[in-house]
Ligand binder design. Structure first.
Ligand code: ADP
Ligand code: MG
Length: 347
């Protein structure tokens, strides 16, 4: 049997999904340690391209042989020079897709077709670069669909009923923010408007948190810290803790520093204000008022930050619908789309 897969080729994390034997959309585990999501990072170790966690760790320490966040440049003429070789963003995305396709093939057998998602705001060049990346990975791609479309299909499936009406999709990942107003009728999704910033996401929160901790350390000890003392990777894991805890203690050079959720929220407040404005402009552009919305769907790992959840709710006067696996909903929706198109029914 051949398999059809859906791929979320993300700025910071990618994921691949399919419809399992029971007809349920399911993530295919990837990477060297079988995780649901794979860091979209590549480490060039001699001539070998290592994709995933090890490459992400190398990024945190600014290893010149590591590269990430190239999706932001898809469709531009930017090139990356790494280990004496030159790569386009499409080449690098192709390496990520090849890894995902390889892991999926190892688990499911031959892949007959893949659906890949892109941000709704991607123009023709970004979509074409994505097709090129798929070609490099040896994937047969008949459909590239918008990320909010995939998220809506998954939420519709989860609600167990055909959606109908106008919805907002608020997607905050690691590198980018995208908000879309969509019109849904069953499995048909039309993106009415999409606003976003290519450089606003969880990675920026990590930088803000690192700066906050460096400032506190300086006030308490008089000493200046650098990335090597407390890396962005450590900032990211402290940020995750602050999503469930009000306060976290961290130890740097034998000194204990306390960071509170309130301090973190204050540090990212200007970034949150930017998302508020973009939500408004998405509504304006779609000529839709808040009261006309049937629902608000969340996607992207950064919507786990409580202040972001609240900001989304405030922006649309709606209690958001959020899956526990917000960072998987786009890949799962892509798998559903692939199945609908392939006439395989989801259960
Ligand atoms: P992409 O940018 O590829 O769309 P994701 O949707 O997977 O990526 O989002 C990744 C971002 O989500 C990262 O910045 C990560 O730190 C953040 N994130 C994941 N889980 C949490 C959490 N529990 N609290 C805060 N941020 C989180
Ligand atoms: Mg994403």
């Amino acid at each position: 049997m051949t398999a059809i897969i859906g791929i979320d080729l993300g700025t910071t994390f990618s994921a691949v999904a399919h419809l399992n034997e029971s007809g349920i959309p399911a993530i295919i585990m990837t990477g060297s340690s079988d995780k649901n999501i794979l860091p979209s990072c590549i480490l060039f170790d001699d001539a070998v391209a290592v994709v995933g966690e090890e490459a992400q760790k190398a990024m945190w320490v600014n290893d010149p042989n590591a590269v990430g966040r190239f999706k932001r440049e898809m469709g531009t003429d930017k090139t990356y020079s790494i280990s004496g070789q030159s790569f386009t963003p499409a080449d690098l995305s192709g390496i990520i897709l090849k890894k995902l396709a390889g892991d999926a093939t190892a688990k499911l057998g031959e892949i007959s077709e893949a659906v890949i998602t892109v941000p709704a705001c991607f123009g023709h060049p970004g979509r074409e670069a994505t097709m090129k990346a798929a070609e490099y990975a040896g994937l047969k791609v008949q459909n590239i669909i918008d990320e909010p479309t995939a998220a809506a299909l998954y939420y519709g499936y989860k609600e167990g009923k055909d959606l109908g009406g106008t919805y907002a999709v608020y997607d905050l990942g690691g590198g980018t923010f995208d908000v879309s107003i969509i019109r849904v009728s069953g499995q048909d999704v039309e993106v009415l408007s999409s606003s976003g910033v290519a450089k606003l996401g969880g990675h920026d929160f990590d930088i803000m948190l690192q700066m906050l901790v460096f400032d506190k350390y300086k006030k308490e000890t008089g000493e200046t810290l650098i990335n090597e003392d407390w890396s962005l990777g450590e900032a990211e894991s402290t940020k995750h803790s602050l999503s469930t805890r009000e306060e976290v203690k961290i130890r740097i050079n034998r000194k204990l520093i306390t960071v509170t959720r309130g301090e973190f929220e204050e540090a990212i407040s200007t970034l949150i204000a930017q998302t508020d404005m973009l939500c408004e402009s998405a509504l304006d552009e779609a000529e839709v008022t808040k009261s006309q919305l049937q629902g608000l769907f969340l996607a992207g790992g950064s919507t786990r930050v409580p202040a972001i959840h609240q900001a989304a709710s405030r922006a649309f006067d709606l209690e958001p619908i959020a899956a526990a696996n917000v960072d998987e909903v786009v890949a799962l929706g892509a798998a559903l789309y692939a199945a609908y198109k392939g006439d395989r029914k989801a259960l």
